[in-house]
Design a protein around this ligand. Structure first.
Ligand SMILES: Nc1ncnc2c1ncn2[C@@H]1O[C@H](COP(=O)(O)OP(=O)(O)O)[C@@H](O)[C@H]1O
Ligand SMILES: [Mg+2]
Length: 365
């Protein structure tokens, strides 16, 4: 049996832990068709929490129901790419005269890098309408997912939302599912870029419960006939904090240790696996998250890292010798970036596991 763990962005894990029931409404929506509330959803959560994996689940469900799927990421030009994808599906469904008409509409193509100019928007909508009408006659529909919408060009997003709203008003079978970092997504909705998106089901993803991780590890290692004591499984599960990316990393390195030691995992082996997982987490998620942080951001984060848990704005301000409005500005910025999150009573905490330890291990000059 090969190592089943998948510590890599967007990769489907062996068990999807702690997400029971989250897609029930979406799934029900697929059977109802146009206008069902579950067909409009937004996944939010920190980096590595499993948003892209959940989008993948919506694709699988959609295909099981016979729906067509367009999966996009919100880098510039996603409207154009969705347009191209709709055309391609129309062509694959091949429906004589209708397809020719669609092809004529799209003759100029959508291959541009920014938002669609007005005439292309009209073409986009026509293609969408015709495709959806065609899918409707087959008793199915189209699921469009857009990942990383925190980085989306606002105009493009508004165009997509307006068009989908229009399809829904026309009772066409369409679903729209987004994923992005929480603070940025709530800003987007509050800015009124796409008021209609406020109706979407907001599904905030959190870390899984430790006992669920423990159960999953137990099953996976039993299946592989590896030998590991229950207390060590518990220790490994706790080391993940229930955080999906760390679940995959810890599982992956446990598996490697077992392979190297005839299927036996003792205390030192589990310790090595946890350490390797934390190192890899620091090098990938933590460093990627910090790559856009300015020196001032880093000062703020280091001031926070002095606390063992959530920090208050006044403590941070005192440590930085900074005015409260400055602290408030940085606080907001870092929340937007998905590095920290509000933790009640005016406190903030790190949004990424391992970030505190990483900062402590790298004191500022
Ligand atoms: N529910 C889950 N249970 C276990 N592992 C998961 C789960 N969701 C995601 N993962 C794993 O976590 C990592 C990050 O998932 P990903 O969907 O890329 O997160 P995000 O898009 O939020 O950054 C991947 O290695 C993936 O296999
Ligand atoms: Mg992702």
């Amino acid at each position: 049996m090969d190592n089943p763990f998948r510590p890599s962005a967007g990769a489907t894990p062996p068990h999807i832990i702690g997400r029971e029931g989250l897609l029930d409404e979406f799934s029900y929506g697929l059977s109802l068709g146009s206008g069902a509330p579950g067909l409009l959803a937004i996944f939010t959560g920190a980096r590595g929490i499993g948003k892209t994996v959940m989008l993948g689940e919506t694709h699988d469900l959609a295909r099981e129901h016979g729906w067509a799927v367009i999966a996009e990421t919100a880098t510039d030009g996603f409207m154009a790419r969705i347009g191209e994808a709709m055309l391609q599906i129309s062509e694959e469904l091949g429906d004589g005269p209708r397809t020719r008409r669609i092809t004529a509409i799209a003759a100029a193509g959508f291959s541009i890098t920014t938002q669609l100019p007005p005439e292309r928007q009209v073409a986009w909508r026509n293609i969408g309408e015709q495709l959806l009408a065609l899918l409707d006659t087959h008793g199915t529909g189209l699921v469009i997912t857009v990942d990383e919408i925190h980085a989306a060009n606002r105009t493009e997003l508004a165009q997509l939302a307006a068009s989908v709203q229009h399809f829904i008003q026309d009772r066409l079978p369409v679903a729209l599912v987004f994923a992005g970092l929480p603070a940025a997504v709530s800003d987007l909705l509050n800015e009124g870029v796409a008021t209609f998106l406020r109706r979407a089901d907001k599904i905030d993803l959190h870390a899984a419960a430790i006992h669920e991780v423990e159960t999953s590890f137990t099953e996976t290692f039993q299946e592989a006939t590896f030998s590991i004591a229950p207390a060590l499984l518990r220790r490994a599960a706790e080391a993940t904090g229930g955080y999906p990316f760390l679940i995959q990393l810890v599982g992956y390195f446990l598996w490697r240790e077992a392979e190297n030691h005839d299927g036996v995992l003792d205390g030192p082996a589990v310790g090595r696996a946890i350490e390797a997982a934390n190192r890899r987490n620091a090098r990938t998620v933590v460093e990627a998250a910090l790559s856009t942080a300015s020196p001032k951001d880093l000062e703020f984060l280091h001031a926070m890292a002095q606390d063992d848990s959530a920090a208050t704005a006044s403590d941070i301000g005192r440590r930085l010798g900074a005015k409260s409005n400055l602290v408030a500005n940085y606080r907001l910025r870092l929340i937007e970036e998905g590095l920290i999150e509000p933790a009640g009573h005016g406190k903030v905490d790190f949004a990424i596991p391992g970030l505190r330890d990483y900062l402590r291990s790298k004191p500022t000059a």
